[in-house]
Design a protein around this ligand. Structure first.
Ligand code: SAM
Length: 285
């Protein structure tokens, strides 16, 4: 069954009484060249287990299942159950969990299903939860090699932006801390049904195995970055002294010792400077 064929999808939906849900971010891929590319560039091959988030009709699931030993997909919309039973009937290496990915214990899913396999995550993400999903996967330090996802083009630019550049946001720092990000290729809006108002891009985050900071230092690092970016137009010392409950003068002294400009804004510090602050004994004695 050709799941990128509009006629096939329409016939399938009318038979199962399915209609698209805008609130669930249901824009399904109909460009036949995209899913094989996501699967290949996402590291899907023998010896690998893939977690997918949001199956839709299973167009990407199929490409993952053809290449990987096993696929576990998490899909929120129960109405897709009978559709997927039909579209994925030829595969015996696919398991679908009908649940909200943000409430799913992915560590457990990987442990239970991918014993002896390397794990990757591949998905065409529902756009309304792009950042929460990426942050959940990174912060939980799941035992995966990479995360290859389709996101809106603007989100891709921000997620992959280098820290201490104009384009960066708090998410760019988290992404760089845990991984090495790369924009793989752009996908235009006409590749989806229904067509969204924006273009998309596929990005891959290669997960770093080494750790820069301890658990406590890591918590402080992200607390400072969140505080700084919540008021990114202000000089960093102001939101930081409030968030950490420390005297502004003392903070200015520490900035001087670390060679950070007293007037610096959140986006002017690179990751290493935030790490130095997170490790600072005067600040967190
Ligand atoms: N992979 C399919 C494709 O490429 O055509 C569908 C991608 S569509 C952009 C996103 C999918 O994520 C939809 O099937 C939607 O129902 C599902 N979804 C939305 N919110 C979700 C959530 N919180 N947890 C799991 N799946 C979700």
């Amino acid at each position: 069954m050709e799941l990128t064929d509009i006629g096939v999808i329409k016939e399938l939906f009318s038979r199962h009484g399915f209609s698209f849900s805008k609130t669930l971010g249901q824009n399904f891929l109909i460009n036949p060249s995209v899913c094989p590319k996501i699967a290949e560039m996402g590291g899907c091959e023998k010896g690998v287990g893939a977690v997918e988030i949001g199956t839709g009709v299973g167009v990407l699931t199929k490409e993952l299942a053809k290449r990987c030993d096993k696929v576990v997909a998490v899909e929120l919309d129960e109405r897709l159950r009978p559709v997927l039973e039909e579209t994925l009937s030829e595969f015996d290496n696919v398991k679908i969990i009908f649940a909200d990915v943000l409430k799913t214990d992915l560590r457990h899913v990987i442990k239970e299903n991918f014993e002896g396999l390397d794990a990757v995550v591949c998905a065409n993400l529902p756009y309304y939860i792009t950042s929460p999903v990426i942050m959940k996967i990174l912060e939980e330090r799941l035992p995966i090699k990479s995360l290859t996802v389709m996101v809106q083009k603007e989100a891709a630019d921000r997620i992959c932006a280098s820290p201490a550049t104009r384009e960066c946001g708090a998410v760019s720092y988290a992404v760089r801390y845990y991984s090495t990000p790369k924009i793989l290729f752009r996908v235009n809006r006409g590749s989806f049904m229904p067509s969204p108002n924006v273009d998309s891009a596929v990005i891959r985050l290669d997960i770093k195995s080494e750790r820069l900071l301890s658990d406590d230092e890591e918590k402080r690092l992200f607390k400072m970055i969140r505080a700084g970016f919540s008021q990114r137009r202000k000089q960093l010392v102001n939101p930081l002294s409030v968030a950490l409950g420390v005297d502004k003068k003392m903070l200015e002294e520490i900035f001087e010792e670390l060679e950070i400009k007293p007037t610096a804004r959140a986006e002017e510090l690179n990751l290493e400077k935030y790490a130095q602050l997170a490790r600072n004994k005067k600040l967190f004695g």
